[in-house]
Design a protein. Structure first.
Length: 134
């Protein structure tokens, strides 16, 4: 049995399959998910699981070199933006317009859907290389 924090089978499979610079998304309940993209649906009900809890647990398992969020997050949902900065610590955060963010999610390896209902609570995570400097 797995000892680490992440026990969801699909999330464990995703993290184990990531290569350097692969991208995946942690999304709120409303982000459109293209039919061809691997959907990992964790949403149970409004707010469960939360975006922040999901991000925190995924970061305990995955090597991430940077994050990408919609510029609108900072203005529309400043509490989520502050939380993202705290959770990511020193990881760089790139900000792009929301329409560009949605377009970029189409090339993501997977989209993890949470029960989050806060607007713009979405993040693209870019996989690192096992913690080595590249």
């Amino acid at each position: 049995m797995k000892k680490e924090a992440l026990i969801n089978i699909q999330l464990s499979e995703l993290v184990a399959s990531l290569g350097h610079t692969d991208e995946f998304v942690i999304a709120d309940a409303g982000l459109p998910i293209p039919g061809e993209t691997w959907r990992i649906d964790l949403a149970l009900t409004r707010g469960i699981p939360s975006f922040e809890d999901t991000l925190q647990i995924v970061l305990e398992e995955a090597f991430i070199e940077k994050a990408i969020v919609a510029q609108e997050m900072q203005e529309i949902s400043p509490q989520i933006f502050t939380s993202v900065k705290e959770i990511l610590g020193d990881l760089p955060i790139e900000m792009i317009p929301h329409p560009d963010f949605k377009t970029r999610t189409r090339s993501s390896r997977a989209i993890i859907r949470t029960g989050e209902f806060t607007p713009y609570a979405n993040i693209i995570l870019v996989s690192g290389a096992w913690g080595f400097d590249v």
